[in-house]
Structure formats: structure tokens, C-alpha cells
Write a protein that binds this ligand. Structure first.
Ligand code: 13P
Ligand code: SF4
Length: 330
């Protein structure tokens, strides 16, 4: 068994697994034995999505983490998501299969620099996108996700001055949709910033009937081409309700698993990035594997912890988001 030091350095438990084991069966057994629930984001690999008790976007995952009665939450997603679950359910054990499943967007906003930035705008309210560290949430007035960012801004009086961080692309899209002048932090997601407007335009001309779906973390030049812009759940629901047969999808490729499951006769084409890589995988999300998930639930490690003072401060803006979302039926 790893020492805690080794585990923190590597990020996951390294232990040989009997190759004859059916990991799906073993994980189901362990879930019952430990009263554990597996929450997975749509960007996880298909096997993890298939073993999860709940699959969703950031808002759905936070809502689920707040209401679960399980003793253990195994978070198949990235670190900030597991932190959010811990903040909402501090009495529960929150596990993350790989502690190094971070996020380039969260990393693009170091809390000590954001603190200085915030000090320049003392009369501004701070809205932070959930894709940030717990420490940043603790400095915020309201948290939002891509599902509710527009409505959360609109719920505030028109004259209210607002700082929005850390995603400048989501912030610019929200500013455009609401007509508000937001002060933006200059952060971005490496996966959503890589899509190529030029290649998407060519792809659209080769597939004239295809509907183009994009996540608001994409750059404005890409969003301008979109027929629909929304969170991962929004994108999935839009494709499922649509009568179109072909879709070009500008978000992480993991979502396509659920899109194909719900729509077996429709075709989903990942939007091309501006390099020669054919995939739109998030390297952080894809650090989790079925094997790491199995070892994590079996050993009860790695565990995500958040200091008590950060939990106290970060909980308020997250709860405010959940209250506003519930009142809007989101
Ligand atoms: P949503 O699933 O909330 O749309 O978030 C996308 C994302 O980038 C998560 O890391
Ligand atoms: Fe972070 Fe982007 Fe990966 Fe989401 S897709 S976890 S925002 S790096």
C-alpha cells in the first residue's frame, strides 16, 4: 500500500489488479458494501459513465452531491468538482480516483492574484464560474455554471457592477447575452480554446445539414458559428430533441458517448481543433480510469479535503447559486 506521501506525489493508488476480475461487478459490490455513490461528469471515459450512479454537468453534479444520502461520494470528474461536493457535504468522504485530475481553467486563476484583482474593484460583486478552486469560491459572492450563468447575472439589479471569472470566453458570452458590462478575469480552458473556426467552417460546408453545437467556454469566433450554445447537458438535450440527423460538437469528446446512446440513429462529429490531433480530450478528465476508480473505492483513497474555513466561506456562494437555480427550475 502506498504511503500518503507517495499517493499525493503520484495522485492515485498503484496496486496490481487481478486481470480476471470483472471491474464493473467489483465496483457494484464495493458501492453497496461502502454505501458509496459514483458521480461522473460527461467528459469521463465511457466505462466510467456506464458504471456511474449519476452522470451530469457541473450544476447537476453539485445538486446531486448536495442531496445524496450515501456515506461516500466517489467523484469521477476533476478536483474542483470533488471540492464542491466536499463543501456541500462536509460530513461525507469525497474520493477522486486521481488527485492530479486538475483543470487548466482553474489553474489560470491563482487565488492570490485574483485577490489583488478583486481589490481594484471594491464596489463590484464577484461571480465565479464553478470551474475554479475552493479558495476562489470562498472569495466570491455567487458561483455559477454554464447552465445558469446568464440567469444568475440577470437576477442582479441592472446597476450592480460585476466581476466575472475565471473564464473570459464564458464571461464575454454572458456579457453579450445579458447586455451587462462585466469585468472579466483573463482565464480560459485549454480544451475549448483549441477549436478552429476555419476548420469548422470547412466541415460545415461539407455537411450542410449538420447542426453546430458549442459550449460557451469556446472563443467568440467559434460561438458565432453555432446554432446552439449551452452546457454539456444543454448540448445533449438539444441534440436529443432536434429532428436533425447530423451534429458537429464543439466540446470535450466524452459527451458524444451519451449523445450516441440517446440518439443511435444520429451522427455526431467532434469539432476539429487547430492542431493535428484528432481528439478533443481533456487531459485532466481523462486521468481517471476504471482501474483507478476501482482502487479508489476499494481503498477509500485518494480523499479530497477542504480546510474548514474555506468550506464555511465557499459554501455561501455555492448555496446561493443552488437557491437561484431552484427558484428558476434549473
Ligand atoms: P458543464 O458540464 O457544466 O457544461 O462544464 C463543462 C466543463 O468544462 C467541465 O469541466
Ligand atoms: Fe477544465 Fe477545460 Fe478540462 Fe473542463 S474541459 S476540466 S474546464 S480543462
Amino acid at each position: 500500500m502506498d504511503t500518503l506521501e507517495e499517493l499525493n506525489r503520484r495522485g492515485f493508488i498503484e496496486e496490481s489488479i487481478d486481470p480476471t476480475l470483472d471491474l464493473f461487478e467489483e465496483i457494484e459490490k464495493l458501492k453497496k458494501e461502502k454505501n458509496a455513490i459514483v458521480l461522473a461528469h460527461y467528459y469521463q471515459e465511457p466505462d466510467i459513465q456506464d458504471i456511474a450512479d449519476y452522470i451530469g454537468d457541473s450544476l447537476g453534479l453539485s445538486q446531486e452531491a448536495a442531496k445524496t444520502e450515501a456515506d461516500v461520494i466517489v467523484f469521477a470528474g476533476v478536483h474542483f468538482m470533488a471540492e464542491t461536493a466536499k463543501i456541500l457535504s462536509p460530513e461525507k468522504t469525497v474520493l477522486l480516483p486521481d488527485l492530479k485530475a486538475g483543470c487548466s481553467l482553474a489553474d489560470s486563476c491563482p487565488p492570490h492574484l485574483f485577490k489583488k484583482f478583486k481589490e481594484k474593484y471594491p464596489d463590484h460583486l464577484v461571480i465565479t464560474y464553478v470551474n475554479c478552486t475552493a479558495e476562489l469560491k470562498a472569495m466570491s459572492d455567487i458561483v455559477c455554471t454554464s447552465t445558469n450563468a446568464v440567469q444568475i447575472v440577470e437576477s442582479l439589479p441592472k446597476e450592480q457592477k460585476i466581476i466575472f471569472g475565471p473564464d473570459k470566453n464564458l464571461g464575454a458570452w454572458v456579457a453579450k447575452k445579458t447586455g451587462r458590462d462585466l469585468v472579466l478575469w483573463n482565464g480560459a480552458c485549454m480544451v475549448h480554446e483549441i477549436f478552429s473556426r476555419e476548420k469548422i467552417t470547412k466541415l460545415k460546408s461539407r455537411h450542410p445539414g449538420a447542426v453546430f453545437l458549442a459550449h460557451p467556454e469556446c472563443e467568440e469566433a467559434v460561438l458565432e458559428l453555432a446554432d446552439y450554445i449551452g452546457s454539456t447537458t444543454g448540448i445533449l438535450n438539444y441534440a436529443t430533441k432536434s429532428n436533425a440527423k447530423e451534429f458537429i460538437v464543439a466540446t470535450e469528446s466524452g459527451i458524444i458517448h451519451q449523445m450516441e446512446k440517446a440518439n443511435p440513429t444520429k451522427t455526431f462529429i467532434p469539432a476539429p481543433p487547430n492542431n493535428n490531433c484528432a481528439c478533443n480530450d481533456c487531459p485532466y478528465m481523462k486521468r481517471n480510469t476504471l482501474e483507478k476508480l476501482y482502487l479508489c473505492i476499494k481503498n477509500g483513497l485518494p480523499e479530497v479535503t477542504v480546510p474548514a474555513d474555506i468550506i464555511r466561506e465557499a459554501r455561501k456562494p455555492i448555496e446561493r447559486m443552488l437557491e437561484i437555480s431552484a427558484s428558476l427550475g434549473l
